[in-house]
Design a binder for this molecule. Structure first.
Ligand code: ZN
Length: 344
């Protein structure tokens, strides 16, 4: 158990996710944990070595003095031998559906990643704080939900930095991951965005169906170890779906982790400007880019040029349809101020 607790600590520390981790340790402990984190990579992720040779002494002594501390750590565990999946939620926060989703996550001790829209997040500081407190990761989905491909470099940076400021203001955290609205990315975007761009592997198409059963089916049918699942926390139907998806997948042994945790646990180093579709074995990042192109150009991480995929996403086994057409929302429940939420 201590092994897994430590791994979680390392993952949290490496990723900067979870306010708890920054609040509960002294700066000395944090430094030691960082040292160990570095060792993990150097040791080719030989986990036993970490525990046997590098466990920070202050953590050991604290564990010896305080059994409850160990219990706390055990609730934050990630078992590398069990499947894990990253639920991601775009376009929020929302007073109703985001709160319901956080309730579900809390109930099952699950973590997820919320790609917030800055202008929306600004009005929901309490929800941002709660995300952070529950160990969720908060990602950047631009300030005004504008496709990066329509902006010049200066405006891309402004859209991202304004959102960063909101996240920092309410959680004290630096935002480490970006999800481009619509999934739209070009060569120029890649050069401008200094952080990893997180796309998705399973598109639940929740924005389209607004139907919990359909969202549940898509998520559970295509769930795989290492997958990134796209949802939107602005629909009550999605919140309803999550209330089933989490316990259902948990029963199948899945652990719910943040994007940064998933990348770390799967041994993937996230790089600025890189695009990541999943951490499913042999189905990661760039492999999926060419499967789904529509227009534009990209250069993948191997330096190969090609066409970029606009929006559309990926629901394995389901025929792709373009998501470029916005779906007008006639729901009164969304307070996002943006009626034309399309995919991503
Ligand atoms: Zn979006």
């Amino acid at each position: 158990m201590i092994l897994f607790a430590l791994l979680t600590l390392l993952a949290l520390t490496m990723t900067g996710c979870g306010k708890r981790s920054s609040g509960i340790y002294s700066s000395e402990e944090m430094t030691q944990i960082h040292d160990v984190s570095g060792s993990v990579e150097n040791m080719s992720r030989v986990y036993d070595n970490v525990v046997n040779k590098s466990l920070p002494s202050t953590i050991n002594s604290r564990l010896a003095k305080d059994p409850g501390y160990g219990e706390y750590l055990s609730t934050m565990t990630i078992d590398p031998s069990k499947p894990m999946i990253a639920l991601t939620f775009d376009d929020g926060p929302n007073d109703s559906s985001t709160v319901q989703i956080l309730d579900t996550l809390e109930k099952y001790n699950a973590r997820a990643t919320f790609f917030v829209v800055g202008s929306n997040a600004k009005e929901h500081g309490d929800i941002l704080k709660r995300m952070s407190t529950q160990g969720c990761e908060i990602g950047n989905h631009t300030y005004d939900h504008v496709e990066l491909t329509t902006l010049d470099a200066d405006n891309i940076k402004k859209q991202l930095s304004k959102t960063d400021e909101v996240i920092k203001q309410y959680t004290g955290q630096d935002c480490k991951v970006v999800r481009p609205p619509g999934g739209a990315v070009t060569v120029d975007t890649r050069k401008t965005v200094d952080r990893p761009m997180i796309l998705w592997y399973i598109d639940t198409r929740d924005w389209e169906s607004r139907n919990a059963a359909s969202v549940i089916s898509n998520a559970e049918t295509y769930a795989e170890d290492g997958a990134i699942v796209l949802m939107h926390d602005i629909y009550d139907s999605t919140a309803q779906a999550v209330a089933s998806i989490v316990p259902d997948l948990k029963d199948k042994g899945y652990q719910f982790v943040t994007i940064s945790q998933l990348a770390y646990m799967k041994g993937e180093k996230l790089v600025g400007g890189g695009e990541y579709f999943s951490f499913v074995k042999n189905k990661g990042g760039n492999e999926n880019i060419t499967s789904d192109v529509s227009e534009g150009e990209y250069v993948d991480m191997s330096g190969n040029a090609g066409s970029y995929r606009k929006s559309s996403g990926k629901t394995p086994g389901v025929s792709e349809t373009s998501a470029e057409t916005s779906v007008s929302s006639d729901e009164g429940s969304s307070d996002s101020g943006d009626d034309s939420q399309d995919e991503g």
